[in-house]
Design a protein around this ligand. Structure first.
Ligand code: PA5
Length: 455
């Protein structure tokens, strides 16, 4: 491999692996190329394990105008009839929408009075916090709110609890008929309690295809409807993803997903067991959360897998910086850098200069941030923490669409490089079984007895 960064001839995200070369050699990377090519082939031609969950691969180019029209019309109705919309869901039924909306939103959107036609998008069912639900319901008691309830299986406990409470509240605030018009369900076409409930109540519904797993579903109605309700351009998001779908369809260093998957696995083979996804923009915090689920659930199995962590710099340089610089040398970082900011803010000059900051007066805050980023990357490389560098042109729908698809494709390739099934998550069931046993769920009698004996 000659090229060290993917170079696609369009304005797009860019992946640069130069700064891993102090820790691993080109040879280490090249050795994995035949297997990476085979792994990409498994993703594209559905010949690997878990191949019944590859519906996301061609999703961007196959998303129909009719579906986008339907989602946008539904979002417009909710936006017209509600001042607040609560998206209920957990894991893959939550994190993608949350990541995109947070990346695009004004940082203080939650504290600004709602502008007409711009409902606040809140989230529920992503935890089992009693105070969270109390406070949410208290907030909603004088609001014209609507609900998007999302669960692929239609049986997940966290969102089911939140939906039961919010449905009851909406019905008591609006009456049964009106409430039904403000509830949209996104679930499996046929299976699950949510499908039964939605059919019984006559809710508007969208289907999550059988062959798209939860953590790969952000570009389906699961992510697209909440994102459209928040006022963002889902066509641009899909267009960006479609560009990336095309750019990642052949093996080689110009395929950014291939390059990233290959490099992180070469690092893993060299003993770098932890990957931290680093952002220098607070709006990307939840992108890190989405990425953690994507890679954690896809790769952490069979006693293998890079541990995915995420940090927000420079904030976390003042908490995690010491560990990263000098702790156990088992980590590498993947830095997401946003090239352009949406707004301008310069550092003012001050005649007294008591804080000693005049040496940066007149500079953009982002220039200081970029120097913090560069200085940190160099320090980390010097300290034995290699970094992969991803540049995102700006926080806009199109580039976020590219970034989402880039990571999804890389995740599929990477899982196959690791010889795991990237599309199942058997380990997630263990806590559920115990929780159901402890709560004495009907059908879990034996488990209840067994777990009680251990307490
Ligand atoms: O990736 C997955 O499949 C999971 O993390 C799910 O997204 C999560 O468990 C929520 O499941 P559901 O959408 O069925 O409620």
């Amino acid at each position: 491999m000659k090229v060290l960064n993917s170079q696609i001839p369009m304005k797009t995200i860019n992946v640069d692996i130069q700064h891993v070369l102090g820790s691993i050699s080109r040879q280490d990377i090249e050795t994995l190329e035949p297997k990476a090519t085979e792994s990409l082939d498994k993703v594209l031609n559905a010949t690997g394990t878990g191949n019944d969950f590859l519906g996301w691969v061609n999703l961007p180019t196959e998303t129909t105008e009719a579906l986008l029209d339907d989602i946008i019309a539904c979002a417009d109705e909710l936006r017209a009839s509600c001042d607040t919309v609560v998206a209920i869901g957990i894991g893959g039924s939550y994190l993608g929408a949350k990541a995109v909306v947070e990346a695009l939103n004004d940082s203080f959107a939650a504290y600004r009075p709602g502008v007409q036609g711009e409902p606040k998008l809140l989230f529920a069912g992503q935890n089992i916090g009693e105070d969270y639900m109390y406070e949410l319901q208290d907030y909603l008691k004088d609001k014209r709110f609507g609900i998007i309830v999302i669960s692929k299986s239609g049986t997940t406990t966290e969102p089911a609890i939140a939906f039961r409470l919010l449905k009851e509240q909406l019905e008591s605030q609006l009456g049964l008929e009106e409430a039904r018009k403000r509830i949209v369900a996104i679930t499996d076409a046929k299976r699950g309690a949510l499908r039964t409930l939605a059919t019984e109540e006559g809710y508007k519904t969208f289907v999550i295809a059988d062959n798209v797993g939860g953590r790969f579903s952000v570009l389906t109605p699961v992510g697209l409807l909440p994102i459209a309700v928040a006022g963002y351009d889902i066509r641009a998001l899909i267009d960006g993803a479609a560009e990336m779908e095309k750019a990642t369809s052949a093996p080689g260093e110009n395929n950014p997903s291939y390059l990233y998957a290959l490099t992180r696995n070469a690092l893993y083979a060299a003993g770098k067991k932890i990957e931290i996804l680093v952002n220098y923009n607070p709006k990307l915090h939840f992108f890190g959360e989405w990425w953690k689920q994507l890679y954690g659930e896809s790769e952490g199995k069979d006693n293998k897998g890079i541990f995915p962590a995420a940090v927000d710099f420079s904030t976390d340089l003042h908490s995690m910086g010491q560990w990263i610089q000098e702790g156990e040398r088992t980590i590498f970082e993947t830095v997401i850098s946003v090239a352009e900011q949406q707004h301008e803010k310069l550092i003012p000059s001050d005649e007294a200069n008591l804080d000693g900051l005049n040496y940066i007066a007149g500079k953009h805050i982002d220039e200081v941030n970029k120097m913090a980023e560069l200085g940190t990357r160099i320090a980390h490389v010097d300290g034995g923490v290699p970094n992969i560098h991803i540049t995102l042109p700006a926080l806009r729908e199109k580039y976020l669409g590219q970034l989402i698809y880039f990571f999804e494709k890389a995740c599929g390739i990477s899982g196959y490089l690791l010889d795991v099934n990237p599309f199942n998550q058997p380990g997630v069931e263990a806590y559920k079984r115990n929780m159901f046993a402890l709560l004495a769920k009907p059908g879990y009698e034996k488990e209840t007895e067994a777990i009680k004996a251990r307490l």
